[in-house]
Design a protein around this ligand. Structure first.
Ligand code: NAP
Length: 335
């Protein structure tokens, strides 16, 4: 069976996912698109044989030809489309964030719990990256003993002009929060955000930031965001265990020796670094939706938990305080 998908939001990532669904992964066909910018939606549909351009996301969700929905619009619009998809009984892949407030994330979970089955997946693609999967395997196998400390580094060469200081947490570090929870298999229970001496390339931003978090069993987590570091897009991850350490390997494809130096290349941006992860993420999502075996990817609970860490992080950024993260009871649907 071919999964017929509708894509809400044909901006940068929406178009990239349409390309991926059309040219890279198997088993899906994009049959409908919509965007607040009608010209952008029509341009996206021009390359898709027989795709319908809908005036609104709600119209797309109600389209009988659409089996599953992909939400790639702006974060504040995610809740309405994810809830509408769940209420229509359609699987929905939502780009991160699941929603921009924890209250909205809770409303999404309530809708999904009422539906009685998992329909929502959140676009935390690092879980599909080969090096992160190897790191998780090393942790789970006990190769380094029980984890005690996890270090996560998130470095961007630069950020666009619309990037505000909160975005270092809600847009950038949100990926580190999710992947840390996943690697450790634990919730994060507190966060303190510290601003370092500012990078002179960062304008008014507080950059870099150093975040100190604790997990439910007491693992200390250290997240660094450096979003104006110029040299490349560099993602670091290292677990310090009781008997050893395991770290993400360098990602360059060759080791270059020249002019008295040896090194690997550093990716230009996140698209280059995680291109294969996005492909695997969508192939697994399509396979799971089509087979009816049930979704195993990042859930609405994961989206809610990551958003809760973000909210506490922003609070800490402004107050300087260590903030506790209270998630409440996890619905059994997500156990
Ligand atoms: P973008 O290029 O600005 O695209 C968003 C598109 O959604 C724009 O065309 C926008 O139209 C449209 N839109 C806004 N409100 C809408 C609505 N109510 N209904 C339908 N379309 C609407 O942004 P982007 O970079 O693609 O990001 C989109 C989402 O993906 C964000 O949530 C972002 O955080 C996420 N993302 C995730 C990753 C990842 O690593 N997983 C990477 C990139 C982005 P206008 O321009 O006319 O407003």
């Amino acid at each position: 069976m071919t999964l017929r998908v509708g894509v809400i939001g044909t901006g940068m990532i929406g178009r990239d996912h349409i390309r991926r669904l059309t040219e890279v992964v198997a088993g899906a066909e994009v049959v409908a698109v919509t965007d607040a910018n009608e010209v952008a939606a029509k341009e996206a549909a021009d390359n898709l044989a027989g795709a319908t351009v809908h005036a609104t996301g709600e119209d797309l969700i109600a389209d009988d030809r659409v089996d599953a929905v992909i939400v790639c619009s702006w974060g504040p619009t995610h809740e309405q489309y994810v809830v509408a998809s769940v209420e229509a009984g359609k699987p929905v892949f939502c780009e991160k964030p699941l929603a921009t407030t924890t209250a909205a994330c809770r409303r999404i979970m309530e809708a999904e719990v009422t539906s009685g089955k998992r329909l929502v997946q959140v676009g935390f693609m690092r879980r599909y990256d080969a090096s992160y999967r190897a790191l998780k395997q090393a942790i789970d196998s006990g190769a380094v003993g029980a984890p005690l400390i996890y270090y996560s580094g998130h470095r961007n060469p630069s950020v666009p002009e619309h990037y505000t200081k909160d975005m270092a947490i809600v847009d950038t570090a949100v990926h580190d929060f999710d992947v840390t929870r996943w690697l450790l298999g634990e919730e994060l229970t507190s966060i303190r955000v510290l601003a370092a001496k500012p990078n002179s390339h960062g304008g008014d931003l507080q950059d870099p930031l150093l975040m100190i978090l604790e997990s439910s069993s007491g693992v200390l987590v250290n997240v660094e965001t450096s979003v104006n570091i110029r040299y490349g897009y560099d993602i670091r991850g290292e677990v310090v265990g009781e008997t050893g350490t395991a770290a993400l390997a360098e990602t360059g494809q060759i080791v270059l020796r020249r002019q008295n130096s040896v090194g690997v290349s550093v990716p230009e941006d996140w698209r280059e670094r995680f291109i294969s992860a996005y492909d695997v993420e969508f192939q697994e999502w399509i396979n799971e939706v089509v087979s009816g075996a049930g979704l195993t990817g990042p859930s609405a609970w994961d989206g809610y938990a990551a958003q809760s860490v973000c909210d506490a992080g922003v609070q800490s950024l402004y107050s300087g305080d260590r903030i506790e993260i209270e998630l409440g009871t996890k619905p059994s649907l997500y156990s």
